[in-house]
Design a protein around this ligand. Sequence first.
Ligand SMILES: [Zn+2]
Length: 216
Amino acid sequence: MFIGHFAVGLGAKKVAPEINLGIFFIACQLLDLIWPVLVLAGIEVVSVDHLATKLTPLNFEHYPYSHSLLMTIVYSLVAGFFVGWVLKSKKLGVIVGMVTSSHWILDFVTHRPDMPILLSGQKVGLGLWNNLFLAVSIELLIFSAGIYLYLKSKTNMSQSRKIGFWSLIIFLLVIYLANVFGPKPPLDAPSAMIAGPALAMWLIVLWGYLVDRKTS
Ligand SMILES: [Zn+2]
């Protein structure tokens, strides 16, 4: 899932408007922000397999440190306690922890059984990505709900904020549709060619932060 994760970050603003969208983007995408770093470091492995699923041609061969249930629980606890401690709010800590763990749940629904439970051993996944129409429809629906909730949390957005926000939404949609319907990477694409561009996710975090930051 891609924009579905961002939808959780956008929607979370309705529950905790005091937290900047950039923080929620880090939380909802933490696993995918860590993943390219580990792939480039040679710790996790990805390759191209055009038959992997109908939606993604990526074969996530080995990614227990970024995408196992065990590590997701660890990341969620760390993120939740850290935010709760910095903002001195148990409630905000719990919300950030839940947004962090939502990533694994959404990936579990969409991925084929390649999601590790522990660092080795059994892998799970419901494989929604094998039904292109259903996968894209559900993800677009979740994304729309996220946008709706975000806008409900923002009553008076300035014109420049609106432009920044909607260009971010359009940018995410274009990346998503290009990934789904665009040309697939070649079979012999090295890991770095796949993971390198994924690092750009950090720029989306920055974009979310800027769009949502408080003006004084
Ligand atoms: Zn993921």
